[in-house]
Design a protein around this ligand. Structure first.
Ligand code: IMP
Length: 177
């Protein structure tokens, strides 16, 4: 059962919904890459660490896990500028890469990552995103999407507010005050 934290107004995606959808996404990825070469899975820190841990444990195809960290939301300018704080350990040239992101809001981060990683000449580049906020002007393509959610601030399952609430097992809307 989901016990709601007092700072939160409502559950947006429940623990059960997350768990079954993450398994479905992993099955879809496994089916798409069956018999293929090793996948290179890139988790975007910090938010994607829980999603990535659950997703990769359901994968049935060989894969390597690596991480990148980008400048935090608060430091992202309105122009959408993003900065790499921590880069990959290996070159991805010729590799089949999947970016794993917790959330797409404006789409600036994923757009930036697609551009930067494409420049490193992977064999293929796809994205797997747990939740996408519904916005009118969003145009970044997502290959594997968990859920569309309303445009509210959400926390839990890796998502934070001021580095809090990341380890809640569900995704919930934060109270405004
Ligand atoms: P973007 O606007 O799509 O570039 O998203 C930038 C980053 O903002 C995401 O990777 C998250 O780390 C963060 N973010 C956006 N919306 C939320 C939210 O509702 N909760 C927690 N983090 C968020």
């Amino acid at each position: 059962m989901n016990e709601l934290h007092p700072d939160l107004s409502r559950i947006v995606v429940s623990t059960d919904q997350i768990q079954s959808r993450v398994k479905e996404l992993a099955d879809q990825i496994s089916a798409d890459f069956v018999g293929g070469e090793r996948l290179y899975i890139i988790g975007i820190l910090k938010g994607a660490f829980i999603f990535l841990a659950d997703l990769t444990r359901h994968l049935k195809v060989p894969h390597t896990v690596d991480f990148m960290a980008l400048s935090s939301y608060g430091k992202t300018t309105t122009s959408g500028a993003v900065r790499i704080l921590m880069d990959l350990r290996e070159p991805i040239e010729g590799q089949h890469v999947i970016i794993v992101e917790d959330i797409v809001d404006t789409g600036h981060t994923l757009h930036y990552l697609n551009r930067v990683l494409k420049g490193r000449k992977p064999a293929s580049l796809r994205s797997c995103v747990l939740v996408r906020k519904q916005r009118d002007n969003l145009s970044v393509p997502i290959d594997y999407l968990g859920f569309d959610i309303p445009d509210v601030w959400v926390v839990g399952y890796g998502l934070d507010f001021a580095d809090q609430y990341r380890t809640l097992p569900y995704i919930a809307e934060l109270k405004r005050e």
